[in-house]
Design a protein around this ligand. Structure first.
Ligand code: ZN
Length: 339
């Protein structure tokens, strides 16, 4: 229990808190910017630069349009040409879909996660389109507030609207920083590494604040956010900030846990469980989060269940191997006998 107090005395631990909170704030600073960029390019305001014609826009901006629901039944992956194809009779949605595909950065076209776009009837048009570029498990993402740093970084990397303006290097570095911060088993970050993290966060936001395609008001807000992030870099770390950082890490781990569970990735699940236990222990000390321990127990049961299932499967395949071997042996004997 003294563990947490001891941890907070360490400079490297306070660095971890700063890095984690910095990343979360960088993510928040991008919310309005990302929304505005999609609005500019997908709505009428962009004039000749708009991705959709007036006609297409009027059709797809309604949640009831064809491209907003049952998408899986309307598109198909064409392996020969390595691209997605629209197979539904609606010409306007076909055109819209083609425009969305053209916004992908090359390598990511195959990474379209259909679940995310299967039903976008209840979100705004710009967010319906944003979901095409998000990583998996964003099928209920209702807007920027629902978007964690990992989803935001991937969205920006996958879409041409952003890679022109925001340097790719910053994004790639931040994606790595995010994984290191959230998957850290000791939550320690040294001074030099922290400096690099903040350099990339500020670089990314500075680039966004220079983007003349969005309104001045949005750019001014980002400029202020950069100042807040600079202050955080020098700030004293309070227990509240520490608690906030742990909650951010906790959320990320549980989300990944769900993904690994779907993929039956037992090894990764065990690693995540260990991290979740550490966080639970720290949070428990500070705020008596008994809920946290319940979560950990639920996940432990799920892992045990998966393991039993795997063992059963292994046993089944062993039986099959034995049967096949006996079969072969018999066949061989028969061949010898009749041969
Ligand atoms: Zn349509």
């Amino acid at each position: 229990m003294n563990n947490v107090k001891e941890k907070l005395k360490k400079n490297e631990y306070r660095n971890w808190v700063k890095g984690t909170l910095g990343l979360e704030r960088t993510n928040r600073a991008l919310f309005e910017y990302v929304k505005a960029k999609f609005e500019v390019f997908t709505h009428r305001r962009a004039g000749p630069h708009a991705y959709f014609t007036e006609d297409v826009y009027s059709h797809i901006h309604l949640g009831t349009s064809c491209i907003r629901s049952n998408l899986k039944r309307k598109i198909k992956y064409d392996k020969t040409n390595d691209t997605w194809k629209w197979t539904n009779p609606c010409g306007k949605c076909k055109e819209a879909f083609k425009s969305i595909l053209s916004m992908y950065t090359n390598a990511s076209k195959k990474k379209m996660h259909l679940e995310n776009c299967e039903n976008t009837t209840k979100v705004t048009l710009e967010w319906a389109i944003a979901r095409f570029f998000m990583p998996e498990r964003n099928d209920t993402n209702k807007g920027p507030d629902d978007t964690d740093p990992a989803a935001m970084i991937n969205l920006l990397l996958n879409c041409h609207l952003f890679t022109n303006q925001i340097r790719r290097n910053f994004l790639i570095e931040l994606r790595e920083a995010r994984n290191k911060l959230f998957h850290s088993s000791d939550n320690l970050v040294n001074d030099n590494v922290l400096k690099v993290y903040f350099f990339n966060m500020k670089g990314l936001l500075t680039d966004a604040s220079h983007d003349t395609e969005v309104d001045n008001s949005i750019r001014e807000v980002i400029a202020k956010d950069i100042q807040t992030i600079e202050q955080l870099e020098e700030a004293e770390i309070s227990m509240t900030l520490f608690d906030d950082a742990l909650k951010i890490q906790r959320k990320a781990i549980y989300e990944e846990y769900e993904t690994c569970l779907q993929e039956n990735n037992i090894e990764q699940l065990k690693v995540l469980l260990k991290l979740a236990e550490n966080i639970a222990a720290d949070l428990q000390f500070m705020n008596d989060h008994s809920e946290e321990l319940k979560n950990v127990k639920v996940y432990m049961t799920k892992i045990e269940h998966l393991q039993t299932k795997e063992e059963e499967l292994n046993a089944e395949s062993m039986i099959i191997i034995v049967i096949v071997t006996i079969g072969f042996a018999l066949l061989l004997r028969m061949c010898l006998y009749f041969g």
